[in-house]
Design a binder for this molecule. Sequence first.
Ligand SMILES: [Zn+2]
Length: 94
Amino acid sequence: MIQPWEDGEWRPRPGSDTRGVRYEYARKPKKCPACGSARIATILWGMRIPSEREFEAIAAGLAVVGGCIVTDDDPNWSCSDCRVAIYGRTKGSA
Ligand SMILES: [Zn+2]
């Protein structure tokens, strides 16, 4: 049983060097761009009680709870193995 988010807060794993690297995808990637893991978790932002389906996804390592502080620049997904943050690419002015 992997419990990557012991305290329920999203954060990079200490020691994983993702500084200066920002992964952006229009859709949820099938593989982690950093380590190649297929276990990409969707981050559920906002302080709320997960639905039963979401809870199952969390238990399976397919989703994580992001926490209650939401900014304009939060990652959409996170690797369950190396915890790299993956951002959804938004169309906007260049
Ligand atoms: Zn990874």
